[in-house]
Design a protein around this ligand. Structure first.
Ligand SMILES: Cc1cc2nc3c(=O)[nH]c(=O)nc-3n(C[C@H](O)[C@H](O)[C@H](O)COP(=O)(O)OP(=O)(O)OC[C@H]3O[C@@H](n4cnc5c(N)ncnc54)[C@H](O)[C@@H]3O)c2cc1C
Length: 379
């Protein structure tokens, strides 16, 4: 039976985050305006205090053990506060998802407890390269097996938390000519010899998500760090992103909700021509449409999360959720900026930040064109 009521635990989690939200949002705005090369740990530290930085970690490893639905609720809340912080969390979740799917008991025992400490630890996923964007199988980063170790050489293009991660999953291929069929996933410690952060990728939005190139120069990793079998890399990346892209949809819903709330408060307060601008039907109906769009996107995110939790086929639903969440974020924040007028365009206004933040979510986690291709292939 489908049930839309939230459990007491879920309601309490949302209440706790909403209590933190004003302070975190203020800090996020300040960090964004600095556009500094150094990662600011204050936001992740706050979430780590509540063991929420990587909420998928199962309780036996010290984590909160959230199901996907609860994690989607959390991501909507964090997306409403700081979409960049939510993006950092998504990459932490990828790490856990992948270990959960195909990690050995030893790998889980060694790495999962790291993400439950009050001292925040971050994970990264090193996949994209210059020639391997949507076409991830077209990668050049190579892993060569010698004795009991893989030696990795190559360059990754954009890696969230790459320069600061405690640990990451690097996707490489044994043979660049046969790219995809020879891909493998390797756990690489952030301080591995030969691993260097390249250029910091300063971006339009989600600036809290510290993103950089990563250079692998003869990085040597024991065979025990391989996740799954040789040749499983492509399957691992598609299955993990297939699930976790729902979280990107949830972030989009949160971002839209935040933009909507700011514009609504403004529209009811702001007076022009002797009455509040909300009293003009042209404006009020924009809010009706936005409310319907946000609710629709939320429901498809919830449905995809429910399918994942209930071991049902979720591929199409997850792509729909990702498209809906990222689209509603861009549409609603665009309208919110219009309604709030000139002041929303100025640096320091939260809507100016959200407008920039929203743009990436149609690209991250498989572009929306690729999501359409996935859906079309299954119709
Ligand atoms: C801020 C930021 C953070 C990121 N973080 C990470 C990270 O942590 N780890 C990581 O590995 N990667 C990361 N990425 C990379 C991101 O996942 C890629 O940008 C994304 O997968 C798209 O690849 P691309 O940019 O090379 O675009 P391309 O694949 O070159 O695509 C360009 C355009 O062509 C379209 N296109 C491509 N193929 C098709 C097709 N078959 N059908 C229809 N349209 C198509 C795309 O939709 C897009 O519009 C990050 C990127 C950014 C900007």
């Amino acid at each position: 039976m489908v049930n839309f009521s939230l459990s007491n635990n879920q309601k309490n989690m949302i209440r706790d985050i909403r209590l933190l939200a004003p302070q975190l949002e203020k800090q996020a705005l300040e960090i964004d305006s600095r556009h500094s090369a150094a990662f600011d740990y204050s936001l992740v530290t706050e979430l780590a205090k509540y063991n929420l930085l990587n909420p998928l970690v199962p309780p036996e490893y010290g984590g909160r053990g959230f199901d996907y639905f609860t994690n989607a609720l959390l991501m909507e809340e964090i997306g409403a506060i700081c979409p960049g912080l939510a993006t950092v969390m998504v990459f932490n979740c990828h790490f856990t998802s992948i270990l959960d799917m195909v990690g050995t008991p030893e790998q889980k025992a060694q790495y999962l407890p790291l993400f439950t400490h009050k001292q925040p630890k971050l994970a990264a996923v090193a996949l994209s390269e210059k020639a391997a964007g949507s076409d991830v199988g077209n990668m050049d980063t190579q892993a060569l097996l010698q004795d009991d170790c893989y030696t990795i050489n190559g360059q990754k293009e954009y890696v969230v938390s790459g320069a600061i991660a405690e640990v990451m999953i690097c996707f490489a291929t044994l043979d660049p000519i046969r790219g995809r069929s020879k891909m493998l996933a390797l756990i690489v410690p952030g301080d591995a010899k030969g691993l260097k952060a390249g250029q910091l990728r300063k971006s339009m939005g989600i600036r809290y998500a510290h993103t950089s190139e990563l250079l692998f120069d003869n990085v040597t990793i024991p065979v025990a760090n391989r996740i799954g079998a040789e040749g499983d890399g492509y399957m691992i990346v598609t299955q993990a992103i297939d699930r976790d892209k729902v979280l990107t949809g949830a972030i989009g819903v949160g971002l839209a909700r935040a933009a909507f709330a700011k514009a609504l408060a403004f529209a009811k307060e702001r007076k022009q021509f002797g009455r509040s601008i909300y009293d003009n039907q042209a404006i009020a109906f924009e809010f009706s449409k936005m409310a319907a769009q946000i609710e629709s996107a939320r429901l498809v995110v919830w449905k995809a999360s429910w399918l994942i939790d209930n071991n049902e086929d979720f591929t199409v639903a997850a792509s729909i959720a990702k498209i809906a969440g990222s689209a509603v974020a861009q549409e609603v924040v665009g309208k919110a900026v219009d309604i709030v007028g000139g002041r929303a365009y100025l640096e320091g206004n939260p809507l100016e930040k959200l407008y920039r933040d929203a743009k990436i979510f149609s690209t991250l986690e498989g572009t929306n064109h690729i999501q359409n291709a996935i859906i079309a292939s299954l119709l």
